[in-house]
Design a protein around this ligand. Structure first.
Ligand code: NAD
Ligand code: UDP
Length: 352
């Protein structure tokens, strides 16, 4: 199949590009490099020995988007493009709503014009909110989000679900999906905590500024770019007092996208699917595992809780296994090994 990855130069998109190319699919990418670099795409091409059609453009620019989609006419769109920093979304909510919602609306409008029907969307476990108790299953009601970023994911899920429903009604009314009323296929992927890097160490996570997330922070600490880690709270009701998360290797996540895109292109309707491992690990578990991978203990101190953190978040990963035949195969040892390989080989990231 031919897949078009919006935001494909970013962290998860670039790893998914590798997995798609290695599975024998063609890949085109649209990215405005707001939070990424062209070097990531060059490295994906080097890893795979295959070519990517790269378009530098804002997905919300409908005229450019139309031209690109007309040229590519992809079998499936995987929509990664978006702003994703939780803290920044609290300071700049309007920018977050504008970018994340607009990109999704522009895609849906242009897809309809061109008769394109298949879209996989990057959602997040954050939509489960604070009141559901893990393991989270896809049929749980979505909860209240704690920040504007989370709400953009919540809303984009709703927009895609509503657009799919309308497309199904229109297709049923026209009696065929061949005369302009084509039913959409929507796959909403709820990621848990994507971490790690490609096994080659050639691509990985390269956040701008001081990382907010645990694993890139620890990785930068290990190469001397940070002084010490602050563990946000050790008074939670968990075995070691620190929060628990479902850390998923980014290449497992990427391979999940290959299965999801193949599923999306072969079905109609909306499916919500968790991409997680189903295994929770605490902050201190990750600190210890990373110390073992890089050969020296991670310096940390215990600080206060971080506002907005939930104590526990992990997936029920059964649906992905049942529907897609996919499950994560890498554990926290591989996650830390590969994150370290990337960061130690590229201490300043892509350096652009
Ligand atoms: P990332 O920032 O590395 O990648 C996003 C890419 O989208 C970047 O390359 C950026 O330049 C591009 N982009 C943003 N707005 C754009 C626009 N208007 N037009 C074109 N390109 C645009 O982030 P990531 O970690 O790879 O995340 C990918 C997707 O997965 C995002 O939608 C994110 O919200 C979602 N997600 C990420 C995580 C995570 O922990 N990384 C968890 C859950 C969901
Ligand atoms: N965390 C921490 N120190 C940091 C960054 C994160 O203790 O500098 C903790 C955070 O409180 C959470 C876990 O690590 O319990 C994962 O946080 P991250 O921001 O990576 O992911 P998310 O909060 O989105 O699950």
């Amino acid at each position: 199949m031919k897949a078009l990855l919006t935001g494909g130069a970013g962290y998860i998109g670039s790893h998914t590009a590798v997995a798609m190319l290695e599975a024998g699919h063609e890949v085109a990418v649209i990215d405005n490099y707001y939070n990424s670099s062209a070097e990531a795409i060059r490295r994906v091409e080097k890893i795979t020995g295959k070519n990517i059609n790269m378009y530098e453009a804002d997905v919300a620019d409908k005229d450019k988007l139309r031209d690109i989609l007309k040229t590519e006419m992809p079998d499936c769109i995987i929509h990664f493009a978006g702003l994703k920093a939780v803290g920044e979304s609290v300071e700049k909510p309007v920018e977050y709503y504008r970018n994340n919602i607009d990109t999704t609306l522009a895609l849906l409008e242009v897809m309809k014009e061109l008769g394109l029907t298949n879209i996989v969307f990057s959602s997040s476990a954050t939509v489960y909110g604070e009141d559901n108790v893990p393991p989270f299953t896809e049929d749980m009601p979505k909860g209240r989000c704690t920040n504007p970023y989370g709400w953009t994911k919540w809303m984009q899920e709703q927009i895609l679900t509503d657009a799919q429903l309308a497309s199904a009604s229109a297709a049923a009314a026209s009696g065929t999906d061949g005369d302009g009323a084509a039913e959409l296929s929507v796959v909403l992927l709820r990621y848990f905590n994507p971490v790690g890097a490609h096994e080659s160490g050639m691509i990985g996570e390269d956040p701008k500024g001081i990382p907010n997330n645990l694993m890139p922070y620890i990785s930068q600490l290990a190469v001397g770019r940070r002084d010490h880690l602050t563990v946000f709270g050790d008074d939670y009701d968990t075995p070691d007092g620190t929060c628990r998360r479902d850390y998923i290797h980014v290449m497992d996540l990427a391979e999940g996208h290959v299965k999801a895109a193949e599923y999306c292109a072969a079905h109609k309707g909306t499916e919500v699917i968790n991409l997680g491992t189903g295994e929770p690990y605490s902050v201190l578990d990750m600190v210890k595992a990373f110390g073992e991978a890089c050969g020296s203990p991670v310096r940390y101190e215990i600080g206060p809780r971080r506002a907005g953190d939930v104590q526990d978040s992990w997936a029920d990963a059964d649906k992905a296994k049942r529907l897609l035949g996919w499950e994560a195969s890498r554990g926290i040892r591989e996650i830390c090994r590969d994150a370290w390989k990337w960061q130690s080989g590229n201490p300043e990231g892509y350096g652009e």
